[in-house]
Design a protein around this ligand. Structure first.
Ligand code: FAD
Ligand code: NAP
Length: 638
């Protein structure tokens, strides 16, 4: 059924929206699709009476059932969206796409969340530094139906990505749904929640006045980098420190570090960036790490964005087929060929693919040129001296920067709603709390991965809004809890130190699993057969978000073209000077064809070692399905 048909229903049935209806009826619109909403007619705009003229003869009881099922599937209409960062913006859009009525509350005075730079960090809100550039390339970080402008750099300054979010908000007319300078203070279930699924949301506006609102659903998009993790108790003697210390959340730029001796603690992406930047003005920078890190570059061969080269379905398939340790060994070998992690004192205890690496092109350079010295974990701080676990001491330290990451919190939610399951939050697929009588609250953007958060948040929002509408149903509470448990143990095997990084997910499997339910996962075999140009790009090329707009609900007509032109948009910002053409284009396209053919051959060969050729030939579809299923089996979602 088209979304316009649902819009019609939404407008027409406002007075009956809290009527409890049998959940069984929710299945019916799916079982009896009414193509394009044909034959649907609302007789009375404010009553429960709905006449449906079916194209084929049917019994009157069937007509009645349809009326009820339609009513139940449109029960949820008003949605409170908390936060207007990227996750909030895409959630508002998903609500609009599904014919729901979003109202977004944003505590600050602007959209963009973390990407709205402030000269002074504001409490309970994410904060970035002046020089921050994205570390995921633009084609991988955009929303699936709105490519980032072709002339924007591939790795852009934070101000540019904020500009992109403005374009997105304007294009999809999202701003009119946002109440700025309005903080959500509490979200509570209404007394009749078990059948209405409704929430009471208390907000506070800029004048400090409280307001109560009622919503059918809530999407929480408040971000998870707002509360600095400052583990002072782990740093014995910190109270005796004679210099200045602060968290990376407070770091805006290196100006105050000029001529200083600086110790940066923690080698995440913040620690790496701050160490590099401050080393340009500081007397000396020491970067302390308790575990070490694999450091990768954003720039791959030929200067192409690394994620465009490696975040592909083909690589994902290799991950299903080959031992991860072998792939890690291969990747580590490639990285060490650029800079030996042992010699550079970076080598971590974990393998390359068992946690998110540090993405920093300049750090190895700074180590090479002595501006940054890598040190082990801090053992003790004495006055102005810092003692490291290997016994070495750095004296006359002026500044310690704790780049020690973030904690998360949802102060406005009922305590216990998102109860922990071991060290992870108890959220079904990182989105739905399993214990609710009605699935009318979702958390969006609460994940991290080696890839962009935006496409994940967008997929979560698309999924959540379909669940709110009753078009998709969640399993029982028990099944969801089992799933969270299975998922946690799978991730524990997959990632090192999940306890400290509990929000990790695997990019493509996570997207695919939700896309499968939504019916928007790309049909690879169909594409390869019908449109080999698009199919090969989906299989072998970067897993750009447009792939999830090729079909199904929310299909976007521009998706094919966006996939076909993705490398064009990568190339566009480089076209700043006409340089002499290198070799003939023919040779370049021949080598591309050769690469594609060889990749296909390698894939087939790998398959052949695992499956008999006869089964491959007799059941190509089944085999391809199997190829993609391991991710689901791995996640235990099927
Ligand atoms: C330093 C840094 C660099 C990063 N770089 C990248 C990158 O290059 N690529 C990438 O993909 N990701 C990056 N990330 C991850 C980043 O968090 C996401 O890209 C993205 O900002 C997440 O969006 P969000 O909307 O979920 O959260 P946020 O951007 O944090 O937005 C949350 C919004 O909710 C509002 N809010 C919170 N509580 C309330 C309340 N009670 N009432 C009303 N409003 C509220 C806040 O004011 C804020 O506007 C980076 C993170 C950090 C910390
Ligand atoms: N350019 C960019 O796009 C950019 C820049 C900055 C940040 N980011 C993103 O922002 C998010 C947060 O990054 P982050 O670097 O701030 O945090 P992070 O990734 O959580 O890293 C925190 C670091 O601090 C260490 N640490 C934590 N507690 C410690 C303790 N008690 N003692 C010693 N070391 C301790 C951690 O070590 P362990 O690993 O051993 O726990 C880790 O090295 C990430 O998603 C990151 O990718 C992106």
């Amino acid at each position: 059924m088209s979304s316009s048909a649902y819009n019609l229903c939404c407008l027409s049935f406002s007075p009956i929206l809290s009527l409890p209806l049998s959940p069984l009826l929710l299945f019916l619109p799916l079982s009896f699709p009414l193509s394009g909403g044909r034959g649907l007619k609302c007789v009375s705009p404010c009553s429960t009476i709905l006449t449906i003229t079916l194209p084929t003869p049917c019994s009157s009881s069937m007509v009645l059932t349809f009326s009820l099922s339609l009513c139940s599937s449109i029960m949820v209409r008003t949605v409170a969206v908390i936060g207007a960062g990227p996750s909030g913006l895409t959630s508002i859009k998903s609500c609009l796409d599904e014919g729901l009525e979003p109202t977004c509350f944003e505590s600050s005075d602007d959209i963009g969340g973390l990407w709205k730079f402030k000269e002074v960090s504001e409490p309970n809100r994410a904060s970035i530094y002046r020089s921050l550039t994205i570390n995921i390339s633009k084609e991988m970080m955009c929303f699936s139906d709105f490519p980032i402008p072709a002339d924007y750099p591939n790795y852009m300054h934070h101000s540019r990505i904020l500009q992109y979010f403005r374009l997105y908000a304007e294009h999809f007319k999202l701003l009119q749904h946002i109440h700025f300078q309005t903080s959500v203070r509490s979200v509570r279930q209404r007394p009749d929640f078990s059948h209405s699924g409704q929430w009471e949301v208390v907000t506070e506006n800029r004048e400090g006045q409280e307001e109560r609102h009622m919503f059918d659903s809530v999407i929480v998009c408040s971000g998870h980098y707002s509360y600095p993790h400052l583990p002072l108790k782990d740093f014995s003697g910190i109270e005796s420190f004679e210099g200045k210390y602060f968290h990376s959340w407070d770091y805006k730029g290196p100006e105050d570090l000029r001529g200083k001796r600086v110790v940066v603690i923690g080698i995440g992406n913040s620690g790496g960036d701050i160490a590099v930047e401050s080393s340009r003005v500081a007397e000396q920078v020491y970067l302390s790490t308790r575990r070490g890190a694999w450091v990768i570059r954003v720039m791959s061969d030929n200067g192409l964005p690394v994620d465009m080269k490696y975040n592909t379905r083909f690589v994902h398939i290799l991950f299903q087929l080959l031992p991860v340790n072998w792939l890690s060994w291969f990747g580590e070998k490639k990285l060490n060929a650029m800079y030996d992690h042992t010699m550079y004192a970076l080598k971590p205890k974990h393998r390359l693919f068992s946690t998110i690496p540090v993405i920093n092109d300049e750090l190895p350079n700074k180590i090479l040129t002595g501006g940054v010295m890598v040190k082990p974990n801090v053992q003790q701080i004495r006055g102005s001296s810092v003692v490291f676990e290997d016994g070495s001491v750095v004296d006359k330290v002026d500044v310690v920067v704790f780049a020690t990451g973030y904690n998360y919190d949802f102060p406005f939610l009922p305590s216990g709603l998102l109860a922990n399951s071991s060290h992870r939050l108890s959220l079904y697929r990182n989105v739905f709390p399993p214990g609710l009588a009605r699935p009318s609250l979702a958390v969006v953007g609460f994940v991290c991965n080696l890839g962009a958060i935006n496409p994940l948040a967008e997929m979560q929002a698309r999924w959540a809004t379909r669940v709110f509408k009753g078009l998709l149903t969640l399993p029982s509470e028990e099944a969801m809890l089992q799933d969270i448990k299975r998922d946690t143990s799978t991730l524990q095997n997959r990632f090192a130190c999940l306890e400290r990084h509990p929000l990790q997910v695997d990019h493509i499997p996570y997207l695919d699993s939700m896309a499968e339910e939504l019916g928007v996962r790309p049909n690879l075999l169909g594409l390869l057969l019908r449109e080999p140009g698009v199919g090969l790009r989906v299989l072998l090329g970067p897993c750009t978000p447009y792939q999830y707009r090729l079909r199904g609900p929310g299909q976007w007509d521009g998706a094919r073209q966006a996939i076909l032109t993705q490398w064009e948009r990568v190339a566009q910002p480089f076209r700043t000077r006409m340089a002499a053409q290198p070799e003939s284009r023919t040779r370049a396209s021949c080598s591309l064809r050769l690469t594609l053919t060889l990749s296909g051959a390698v894939l087939l060969l790998t398959l052949y070692t695992r499956h008999s050729l006869s089964s491959l030939l007799s059941h190509p579809t089944g085999l391809l399905y199997k190829l993609y299923s391991p991710s689901e089996t791995m996640w235990g979602w099927k």
